[in-house]
Design a protein around this ligand. Structure first.
Ligand code: NA7
Length: 545
């Protein structure tokens, strides 16, 4: 299965394909193109080894909230059969170990150059090749450029006044320092998204005092994490064909069947019964999508879900004033969160909650953080769990030039747009894994679908002797419009979150995802294949120079 091809087939190029990124997406692309299709592939990653998101996000409590049986690749039956895990959810070290195992199994590291950042990529219309430049000053050329830059890896670190004066330590969860020991320290954490919630739960029992700076209160349901024994795991393995078939035809691809019952068809008491069942079972996506079909589309059903969670907060949190601060005021329409006893943490004596919407952070001082009211929180360490410049953040950091020198920054000045979440008009032979307007799902099955499609498009090009492929502008516009129409049928655009770029000051709100589900997305990919790629232009002449 491992290919030893070293010769480049593309005339005049160093490689047939360059892959950027060593996470799930990049690793699978290298395997597919090199081992299965015999291309000469060079891959880069800024990190010291494989892992992508899971290489960097080593903060305490880091966990995938997709269940273990489906947070993995599906393409290799033997790899699935060898899989093993401890609990219903995988911790960051387990995921990193898994990806290392994948890299070993398919000899992927031999194609990678680590500790190397790609700073620019340029499409040369005269030769039809991509030229990449690294931060080490090296350059390389290839016919195909495949970017697996990660959806959530360009970190967002808000600039607070006075941060340079602060004498304590400052960490970002997405660049967690090796060996950081927070035991016995006074720690502040800014941010209560998926990451913040996990860190808060992990650190509360360890630190001397934890101050949570919360800007938006969150709906957090239990994750339901428990050990899974060999029998349970073997049962998944025995049923993997059916499981993956279901996942690939489903909406969110989290390994459960989404509900087809409208919450509007049942009584309020029945809604509560169903929500209680989901609360006991655990899982954020399950709570939002397995309960009723319209939690994320109907205001009424959404309000029932939101009120259910608020009643839980009131019951769990002993201090009514803290409970009030923890109650979200907006719709239940961000990426659904789940964790083990999140609200219960606020009953601990060593945890305090600062509501920075009511009383904003004005500055960092030498000793900590000062709020508008004048209250100063003295802290040894401040953790930024402030998320990512999602989807396009990692692309706009690189100087990416397409036809006629047009840059991706220019093209995305009003927000990132893409065809099928993978391609861009005027950027021939560039394939993005999890680029803009791709599916919003459990990611491994989506990126696998994308890499399979990319590899097939490349194989078709090679078989037909094509030099370039790019989508028509009309196809791209139509896809973006489809994404916009679907998003507007949901409540998601009405809640401010990274899904629409609302978390980055100055970033224009954009529909960055296809919310139509993985099954429909895969059908759309299949339709393009079956049409003989009629939404694409092949071998386009250089027109923009
Ligand atoms: P998120 O979900 O973007 O959360 C970031 C958090 O940081 C969120 O609570 C923000 O509040 C808060 N934030 C951001 N900027 C500030 C400032 N300036 N002041 C105070 N608080 C701030 O990122 P995560 O890393 O938690 O999760 C991202 C995804 O990774 C997650 O959905 C999973 O898919 C994995 P806000 O809500 O914007 O008011």
């Amino acid at each position: 299965m491992i290919s030893n091809v070293t010769a480049t087939k593309t005339h005049g190029a160093d490689f047939d394909a360059i892959v950027v990124g060593g996470g799930f997406g990049g690793l699978y692309a290298v395997h597919k193109l090199r081992n299965e299709q015999g291309l000469h592939v060079k891959a880069y990653d800024n990190a010291s080894d494989v892992g992508g998101t899971w290489h960097w996000n080593r903060y305490p409590g880091a966990l995938s909230d997709t269940e273990s049986f489906c947070y993995r690749f599906s393409f290799d039956k033997e790899l699935l059969d060898q899989g093993s895990w401890q609990s219903r959810y995988l911790t960051q070290p387990e995921i990193l170990e898994y990806l290392n195992g994948v890299a070993d199994r398919f000899d992927l590291r031999s194609s990678y150059q680590f500790n190397t950042k790609i700073v620019s990529t340029r499409f040369d219309e005269a030769t039809g090749l991509w030229h990449v430049l690294t931060d080490k000053g090296e350059s390389a050329s290839a016919k195909y450029l495949i970017t697996g830059l990660g959806l959530l890896s360009a970190i967002n670190k808000p600039l607070f006044a006075g941060i340079d004066k602060y004498r304590g330590e400052v960490y970002h969860t997405g660049a967690w320092p090796e060996g950081a020991d927070l035991s016995g320290k006074r720690v502040g954490i800014i941010g209560t998204g998926s990451t913040g919630v996990q860190v808060i739960i992990a650190l509360a029992p360890v630190v001397q005092h934890l101050t949570v700076f919360q800007r938006s209160a969150q709906y957090v349901v239990p994750i339901g994490n428990w050990p899974e024994d060999t029998e349970t795991i073997d049962n998944y393995k025995a049923n993997y064909d059916a499981i993956w078939q279901q996942i690939k035809g489903s909406q969110v691809a989290f390994g459960f069947a989404e509900s087809t019952t409208s919450g509007l068809e049942v009584s309020e008491a029945e809604r509560d019964r169903v929500f209680e069942e989901a609360w006991q079972r655990g899982g954020g996506f399950r709570f939002m999508f397995e309960t009723f079909t319209d939690v994320a589309t109907s205001h009424d059903v959404n309000a029932s879900a939101a009120n259910f969670i608020k009643r839980k907060i009131a019951k769990i949190v002993k201090d009514p004033e803290i409970a009030r601060k923890l109650m979200p005021g907006d719709l239940y329409a961000k990426r659904p969160l789940c964790a083990t006893d999140y609200y219960g943490v606020y009953n601990r004596k060593n945890v305090s909650l600062a509501d920075v919407k009511e009383d904003p952070i004005t500055e960092f001082t030498a000793n900590g953080v000062r709020l508008a009211s004048g209250i100063e929180h003295e802290l040894d360490v401040v953790i930024f769990a402030t998320g990512f410049d999602a989807v396009d953040g990692n692309y706009t950091k690189i100087d990416i030039h397409g036809r006629g020198g047009v840059t991706i920054r220019e093209k995305w000045a009003d927000g990132p747009l893409g065809y099928l979440g993978m391609m861009e008009a005027d950027f021939p032979n560039m394939f993005m894994i999890l680029g803009p307007n791709g599916p919003f799902t459990n990611l491994p099955p989506s990126l696998e679908s994308q890499v399979d499609w990319i590899a097939e498009a490349i194989a078709t090009m090679e078989a037909d002797g094509r030099s370039t492929i790019e989508p028509t502008q009309a196809a791209e516009d139509e896809w973006v419009e489809t994404c916009r129409t679907i998003a507007n049928m949901t409540l998601f655009p009405k809640a401010e979150s990274w899904i629409f770029g609302a978390n980055i000051p100055g970033k224009k709100n954009a529909v960055m995802f296809y919310l139509g589900g993985l099954g429909n997305y895969r059908d759309a990919l299949q339709a393009v294949r079956e049409s003989g790629y009629d939404s694409m232009i092949f071998d386009r002449e250089a027109v923009l120079t």
